[in-house]
Structures are given as C-alpha cells and as structure tokens.
Design a protein around this ligand. Structure first.
Ligand SMILES: Nc1ncnc2c1ncn2[C@@H]1O[C@H](COP(=O)(O)OP(=O)(O)OP(=O)(O)O)[C@@H](O)[C@H]1O
Length: 785
C-alpha cells in the first residue's frame, strides 16, 4: 500500500484500473457530501421557518410570554448563523479508523433524521485524529482523507495512509494534508484572513485544543500561524466550554484597528460571533484612543512607575487648607455665623477617609462625614451642647451639608474626580507633575505635558492608546463618580436585575432551553443586540471580567497595558501569542518571563510554533543575518515552501524616488494577478512617499478603513505588524533600521510580510546584513533610472 496518493478529476480520463478506482472514490465522496448539503439545507429551512414563526408571535403579551419568545428567537438566530457559516467547505475530511469506522469531519456537527451523527464538528474530541495523526503516531487512524471542494462539489481527494510497515523514515514527519495545505498557502491573498479549519497542523492543533485554565504563551516566528491558531482556539474554547464562556465571553486583543479588520472574518466563518475584538486603545468604554504621540511619551506612559505617579496624583487632590478657612454660614441672614475649618480638622478627616482604603470617590463620603461632624460639634458647642437633642444636632449637620461655602470647601479639599479629569489636569500642569512624579526625570515629565482639550465639541482626538491603561488605573483608584441619588438608583437596579435573573432562570428551566444564557435574555429584553449580547455588554463595562482573553502581538504591550488585561481576566485564563524577535514598541517585551512571572506566578506555560507557512524559503534565507543581529540564540522558523522567486533590490537616485516609486508600484500591482501589494515605508517618509503613492487609483494609506480591500496599501512597519500580502516592497530599509531603537526588529517584521514576492527599493546603501539580495536590473527593471 502506498503512503500517500491524490485523486484529481483529470486522473479518471486516463485508462487503467487504479484510475477507475479513484474515479469511483471521487464519485462516492460527492454522493456523501451532497447528502450532507441536503441535510444542511433542510435544517436551515426548518430553523429559518422557526425563527420567522417566533418573530411573528405577538411581543406585547405578558413578561413571561416575551421572555419565552426572546429566548427562542436568540436560540434560532444563533443556530441559523451557524448553519449559514458552514456553507463554504461544509465537509473537508474523512477519517478511517482501525475499528473500521468512517467519520466525516466538517465545520459543524450534523445528525440525520434519526439523530445518528453524519458529520463531526472539527472541534469534537473524535475529530482530533484528523489533525494529530502522523505516520509515526497514527492514533488509531488508518487513513486521513482531505476533501477539496469547489462550491458544493468535491474536486479532489488527498489521502494519507498510515501503515507503519510500509513507511519510509522520510515520510514519517511530513505535513498533514500537504496538497490542500500548499494550495491554500499559494492562493492569492484577499486582504482578509481566512480560516484554516481544513488544514490545521499537528503542532497547531495541540495549542488550539489545550485546556482552558492558566496562561499559555505561544511563541513563534513570523508566519507560524500564531494569529490564526489563536482565533481557532477561541472557537474551540467556545465550543468545548460553552456553558462557562457564554456568560463571561472571550476577548481577543490585537494591536490596532487595521489588524482587527484583517482578522474579523475568521470567527464568524467558524460560526462564532459573540467574541469581542478590541485593541487596548478601545478597552476604556467611551474613549476611542486614536491620537498620536511621540514614542518617548508612550514609553513613559507604559512604564510601571506610572502606578505610583497616579496614586500620588490622586493623593495630591486630597488637600488640606494652608491656613484656617472662615466659612460663612446662613450668609446674609440675621443668623449669619462664621465657622473655622482649620488644617488640623481637615487632616483628621483625611486620615479617617484614607484609612478606609477605598477608592477616592467612595472614601469622600467618610471625609465629608468627618468634616461635617466636626463643624456640627463646633456649632452645637456655641449653641450650648447640653441643650440640644440628637434631632437638633442632625438638623445642624444637614443644614451644614447644604451650605454653599461648606460645599465649596469640601469640593476643594476632596473633589469628586473622573479618570479623564485627573489625567487632563495632571498633564496640563508642570508643577503638579513635578510634585507627584519625583521618580520621573525632567525629560520624562516633559514628555507627559500636554495642553488640555478645548471645550466640546472636540475636533482633535485627545486620548492616545498609551493613555488607556492610565485611565483604567485612575478609574481603579478613583472609583465611580456617584451622587447619593445615583447610588440609590444603582442599588435598586441591581436588586431588580437579581429578580429578573431569577425569573429568567426559572423560565429557561421550565422551557428546557439550556443553550440560552439568562443574562443574555434579560439584556435582549432591555434592547440588547440578539447576536452579540455578551460582547456588547462587555464592551460597555470597564469592570467586565472575561472568561478567556486572547492577546495577539503580545510582545508589543507595555507593562501598564498588561495590568489592564490582567484586571479584565481575574481567572488568568489566557492565550498570549507573539514573537519576542518582532517587538517594535519601545515599551514592548524582551522576554515573556518579564511580565508573566509578575502576573501569573507559576500558572503559565510556553508553547512554540516552528514552521513558517507564510514566507517562502527564498525570503526567509535573507532574514537569517537580520535575526542573528537581534539575538544569536533565535532560531528562524522553517519555511514550508519555495516559490522560485528570489527577493530583489533596486537602487534609485534619492531625487527620483518620489517620482519613480508610483511607477514601480503600478507595475508590481499589475503583476500580482488580483492579489495584494504592500509598500512598507519608514515612518518619516509616510508623508511624501505615501502622498505620491495614493495618487494611484489602486493604492490607499493604511489608516483608510478601505485599505485592506485595495490592491495596494502604504504602511509603516507598525501598521504592517501581523498582516501579510502577496507582494511587499520595503522602501529605504536602511532608514527603517535606524529610525527607532528597535529598528532591526522592525526590519525583520517588514521583510517577513510577503507570501510570494519581496522587493527592496532604496536610495541609500542597503544594510550590510542584506548584502546578498540580488540587484533588480537583472530581473527586468533595466529601464528604471
Ligand atoms: N495550518 C495552516 N493551514 C493553512 N494556512 C495556514 C496554516 N497555518 C498558518 N497558515 C497561514 O499562514 C499565514 C500566517 O499566519 P499568521 O498570520 O497566523 O502567522 P503569525 O505567526 O501570526 O505571523 P506574524 O507573527 O508574522 O504576524 C496566514 O495566511 C495563515 O492563514
């Protein structure tokens, strides 16, 4: 028996018994897959009808009636979304086991009318062999068959037959479903990441199916599938731990909005819509942190010393009067009096409030209580303490609380503060910064200084991504701003919610619906979206604790950003993926231990991905010296394929660069055959080169929301992080190298974005480590000056 063979339709035209067998196999698989699609259609029709029927029901009935209707609607809508997402590539594999079983593997699980399983969900335990079986460790599998489909038709089959007896050693360590994998890797890119459910490799599957608890760090070089694996892990966890995660939700954190757009189709294509995708800059509700700042400012803001700076900034707002203040009471009336509020009185009250160790805004009530108590005693003393009844004393206290001068004094000494106000005030006042941040040097404090935003409406964004962890930290220190009325309202609301929750649970139990979360049901009742309920609730709630967090490009996060994420995940159930060699941000990581020992103690483990599925070997070869310059201990991931196209370089006169680049880019776009091209430029050249390039109809700048759909896009390395393109032109690599302290890592990122072709366009010398790259004139660019 051969170890691998492939069945293509053309094979059947050739004479011979083996071809007849193959032809028959293909026909048999087509019959089976057609039956699966028929079942999918009938389920879709049935669920669609049930959904329409539920929606037609009268929504104006009793509370119970509405709850039931909404629960059913959620249930049907969710199922319909899953069934629709399964249309493309419904079934992609077959496993033949030693026990003679034949299992079909697909995007979702299906059963026939008799409830017999006819398709296994790829995440089901029984499907694991499809991804993990190897010739050396077949795991009870005798044959793994990849079904390649076009629309609803099977067009080719690839078999791996595991028979230890007949296998050569060379065959034992090969890729799973190699032909399907290579076909997918060779395809032109669409500008959006797709799922890899049919071709997940063994080392990736181990990460995807790892247990939920604890922090798992996935370290891997460029193109090893960290992002795509992390997203499949989210889908796996939601399937396997649905009960637990449906309630708390899953958060996927990426570096910026372009990256989030790049990956946002993967989970829906796997039938999972209820996951919150966000950058750290969007994690503070109500703040869209899109303003830019200098790298040195981001460095200070990301530094852990800011924890103490902010704690001190809050304490600084808890003031004492320098001399005794004379507060006029009942001003302008015949009962006018003056009360002294002296530093000693205020200090005693401040100590009592601070001792509570509660957030500033909550501790304020203690401060107010103490000051009012002391002033009341003074006033009562004057009136003759022994003569007053308790009610009279309480009346005096009430009166003092509403006296304008007393109120103004309390506001000055212990103001209610929002995180926004605390930071705006801090950044606008050098003397305040100097007082609260003695641990920062002069240059660091200057880096933080900023004009306050003008009065609304604001035209210029004020908050930067680096501010968000500071806002979050400040929110922890300050607590919510609540008036007494709001506190009462909040308490009433939470009691009402508890009642509603108990009611919803009862209804769902009576109806026997286990898949609908009672909290979801209530939210829908209050106008929440039926399809993204948990994600929506989580997005609006700063204190939301997620069931699991996936952090992508995790090496870029500052220590302050890690604090935000850890706060959002008290259970420390996290998947952290990244590559230390690609750290571009100056505040980013140089080792995983740095951050994880501090936050997860011994509850974290590291896994590695070692195979590069994106970048062809020809390109990886020229990055060897670059990687070595970053750290001699780093191993490049092994490229899985060759394209036969070596990278090239082209030198252009400095004065001709802006004029020639658009011509070159136009020509390269024409050569991508409908694929995507990226021009990666130094940050300082975005203005002139980006400006010249967007004059081309097919090219956009990276911050244009439509950029990923365009044939060409101009990006800085920071913007290109995590993305990939068929062709990449890196402009002025020498400038990229020297533009930041992490320039060498930036260069490594830029060079590893291409799936097919890489060119370097330069007016300065190429960096010495790229000396081996061939001059383009030999490759048909002889006419470029
Ligand atoms: N098993 C697989 N089957 C098909 N394609 C795969 C597989 N694994 C990875 N890929 C593809 O390889 C490319 C690189 O994957 P991905 O972007 O997840 O890598 P990465 O490790 O996050 O890279 P980087 O660190 O450079 O951002 C993607 O196009 C992805 O779809």
């Amino acid at each position: 028996m051969g170890d691998r063979f492939r069945l293509e339709p053309g094979d059947a035209d050739e004479p011979g018994t083996e071809d007849t067998v193959r032809h028959r196999e293909l026909a048999a698989e087509n019959t089976h897959v057609s039956a699966l699609y028929r079942r999918l259609d009938s389920l879709r029709d049935r669920v669609g009808a049930q959904l329409r029927e539920t929606q037609r029901q009268d929504a104006s009935g009793t509370h119970q009636g509405r709850s039931e209707r909404d629960a059913m609607e959620t249930h049907h809508a969710r199922r319909l979304t899953q069934l629709s997402a399964a249309e493309h590539g419904l079934c992609f594999g077959r496993l033949d086991t030693e026990d003679g079983e034949r299992l079909y593997v697909g995007r979702i699980g299906l059963s026939d009318e008799e409830h017999e399983p006819i398709l296994l969900d790829w995440r089901a335990p029984a499907a694991q062999g499809f991804y993990r079986a190897t010739p050396a460790s077949p795991q009870g599998v005798v044959r793994r068959r990849q079904l390649r489909t076009k629309g609803r038709r099977v067009v080719a089959l690839d078999d791996d037959v595991f028979d230890r007896e007949t296998l050569s050693d060379a065959r034992r360590g090969t890729l799973n479903g190699e032909a399907a994998l290579l076909a997918s890797l060779d395809a032109t890119r669409t500008g959006r990441m797709g799922d890899i459910v049919a071709t997940i490799q063994g080392e990736q599957d181990r990460i995807i199916r790892a247990d939920l608890p604890g922090v798992m760090v996935v370290q891997g070089g460029p193109g090893t599938g960290k992002t795509v694996v992390a997203l499949h892990r989210a889908a796996y966890l939601l399937y396997t731990y649905r009960e637990r995660l449906a309630k708390r939700g899953v958060l996927v954190v990426g570096p910026n909005s372009t990256f989030l757009r790049y990956i946002d189709e993967v989970l829906p294509s796997l039938g999972e819509n209820d996951v919150l995708l966000s950058s750290v800059g969007r994690l503070f509700p109500g703040v869209d942190a899109v303003a830019h700042e200098r790298p040195e400012t981001a460095v200070v803001k990301g530094d852990l010393r800011m924890v103490e700076v902010l704690a001190e900034a809050v304490r600084e707002r808890q003031r004492l009067p320098e001399t005794a203040w004379e507060l006029t009471i009942r001003e302008g009336t015949v009962h006018e009096e003056v009360l002294r509020l002296d530093p000693a009185l205020a200090e005693k009250a401040r100590e009592a409030a601070r001792e509570q160790r509660r957030p500033h805004n909550q501790a304020r009530s203690v401060f107010v209580h103490q000051v009012i108590g002391a002033l009341t005693r003074r006033m009562a003393g004057r009136l003759g303490q022994g003569l007053l009844r308790d009610e009279d004393v309480a009346d005096i206290a009430r009166e003092l609380r509403s006296e304008p001068q007393v109120r103004a004094a309390l506001r000055r000494l212990w103001p209610l503060l929002t995180p926004h106000q605390l930071l705006v005030d801090l950044f606008a006042a050098p003397e305040r910064l100097a007082a609260v941040a003695p641990g920062l040097d002069e240059a660091e404090r200057t880096a933080l200084l900023r004009e306050p935003p003008g009065p609304p409406p604001h035209t210029e964004p004020y908050w930067t991504p680096g501010d968000v962890p500071l806002l979050d930290e400040a929110a922890e220190l300050l607590g919510p701003v609540e008036t007494a009325a709001e506190r009462l309202a909040a308490r009433a609301a939470s009691e009402e919610r508890a009642e509603e929750l108990a009611y919803a649970k009862r209804v769902l139990t009576e109806m026997g619906i286990g898949m609908v979360d009672p909290e979801t049901l209530i939210d829908q009742h209050h106008g929440g979206s039926p399809h993204r309920p948990v994600a929506d609730r989580a997005r609006k709630d700063r204190t939301w604790a997620f069931g699991h967090i996936i952090v992508d490009e995790a090496q870029e996060l500052s220590p302050m950003a890690w604090r935000v994420l850890m706060r959002r995940c008290p259970s420390r159930s996290m998947t952290v993926v990244g590559d230390i060699a690609q750290t571009g941000a100056e505040v980013g990581l140089t080792s995983w231990e740095e951050v994880l020992n501090a936050h997860a103690g011994d509850r974290w483990r590291k896994e590695e991905l070692t195979v590069n599925y994106r970048t062809p070997a020809e390109i990886m070869d020229i990055t060897t010296d670059v990687l070595r310059s970053i750290d001699t201990r780093l191993q490049p991931p092994l490229a899985v394929r060759r394209t036969g196209v070596p990278p090239w370089s082209l030198r252009i006169e400095p004065t001709a660069l802006t004029g020639e680049l658009p011509r070159l880019v136009g020509r390269e776009i024409a050569g991508t055959g409908g694929g995507r091209l990226a021009v990666i430029v130094p940050r300082s050249r975005m203005g002139d080169l980006g400006g010249a390039l967007v004059a081309l109809r097919d090219v956009a700048l990276a911050d244009d929301p439509e950029a990923l759909g365009m044939p060409g896009v101009v990006l800085t390395v920071e913007q290109a992080k995590g993305l990939e393109f068929d062709t990449v032109l890196v402009v002025e690599p020498e400038e990229i190298l020297h533009e930041s302290p992490n320039g060498i890592r930036d260069l490594y990122v830029a060079l590893t974005r291409a799936t097919q072709r890489l060119g370097m366009v330069h007016s300065r010398e190429l960096p010495a480590m790229l000396a081996g790259v061939k001059e383009a004139r030999e490759r048909g660019y002889a006419d470029v000056p």
